[in-house]
Write a protein that binds this ligand. Structure first.
Ligand SMILES: [Zn+2]
Length: 326
């Protein structure tokens, strides 16, 4: 095992150089599995998307089906794949590849041996499993290229959490909770969060937090409705949008002050808002910086960007994480 294996050195460090030339990354979500096949240069050669079959056995079958289809599409055998890296939403023991409480995948219990089960099915590649935000952070760091070794990938989805990369390595934390920034309380008098605390930032700056205050009336997601109504002058929408911007700026400031990362990359479903999200965030960061020369000197607004949407960063990051376990 080596932590220094990089995708550029796959052909010399990933086992038998004559047969293990390819790496696979799988992004397993609640509804679909997205798989990518990478060559030794880190180029995405193929991608395959299949529905996720829920439950432990179903997830194992979905994952192996995607790997086999990637190999078949590329005209190679599964034995030519040196490593399979997997990202899943849930608590993962990265050493054993066991998954705990992955409720979105229909794996509610403790310690389902996902890596071991996929290994048994595939008979060849080294299989590793990690949290989906961790692999997305690695994928974003890789996709953004030089200058992205210190990075936070902040996902605004149903909830809010971040993956942290420091010096090119994942920061998981002593108990795997590094990056659980959605549960930083910012309003002591706020509503009670599912975690038991009050006024957590994800109550104001996640998809569910926005939908809580502005239930979507139809097919358009709540964030888009709120921004459209705010632009049209609706007072409540303007208040929710302002709270959203302030909360997001708070969490970005906390991340930057904690880790001094070069970049904070915003991803997740709420980024469907597009550039107006970034504009709002920068406005609120600017307000913070106006009253603090210290904050102004950190130029936090220059560090934020939206996640690249031309690269499947979670699947690519899963492949990279798999290589590092090889
Ligand atoms: Zn909370």
């Amino acid at each position: 095992m080596t932590n220094s294996a990089s995708i550029e050195t796959l052909d010399t460090e990933a086992g038998d150089p004559g047969t293990t030339t390819f790496a696979v990354g799988l992004d397993i979500g609640g509804t679909k599995v997205l798989g990518v096949l990478l060559d030794a240069d880190g180029t995405v050669l193929r991608s395959v998307r299949l529905p996720t079959v829920r439950g432990g056995d179903g997830v194992v079958r979905s994952a192996t089906d995607v790997v086999q289809q990637l190999a078949s599409d590329a005209g190679i055998g599964v034995t030519a794949i040196g490593s399979v890296g997997v990202g899943v939403p849930g608590l993962v023991d990265p050493l054993t590849g066991s998954v705990n409480h992955a409720v979105n995948l229909g794996i509610p219990g403790e310690s389902f041996p996902l890596a071991a089960r996929i290994t048994d099915e595939l008979c060849g590649p080294t299989v590793s499993v990690d949290n989906d935000l961790n692999v997305a952070a690695l994928g974003a760091s890789y996709a953004l290229g030089p200058g992205s070794d210190d990075l936070a990938y902040l996902a605004l989805g149903t909830g809010m959490a971040a993956g942290i990369v420091i010096n090119g390595e994942l920061r998981r934390g002593a108990s795997g909770a590094a990056g659980e920034v959605g549960h930083i309380p910012i309003r002591p008098d706020g509503p009670v969060c599912a975690c038991g605390q009050r006024g957590c930032v994800e109550l104001y700056a996640s998809g569910s937090g926005l939908a809580r205050r502005w239930p979507s009336s139809g097919d358009v997601p709540a964030p888009l409705e709120i921004f459209a109504a705010a632009a049209a002058g609706d007072e409540l929408a303007r208040e929710i949008r302002a709270d959203f911007g302030a909360a997001l700026a708070d969490v970005v400031r906390i991340i930057t002050l904690s880790y001094d990362v070069e970049r904070v990359v915003i991803g997740g479903g709420v980024t469907g808002l597009g550039p107006q999200l970034l504009e709002l965030l920068r406005e609120h960061l600017e307000v913070q910086a106006r009253s603090s020369a210290f904050l102004a000197s950190l130029k936090i607004g220059d560090r934020v960007s939206l996640a690249p949407n031309d690269v499947p960063i979670a699947a690519v990051g899963a492949a990279l994480a798999g290589l590092r376990k090889d």
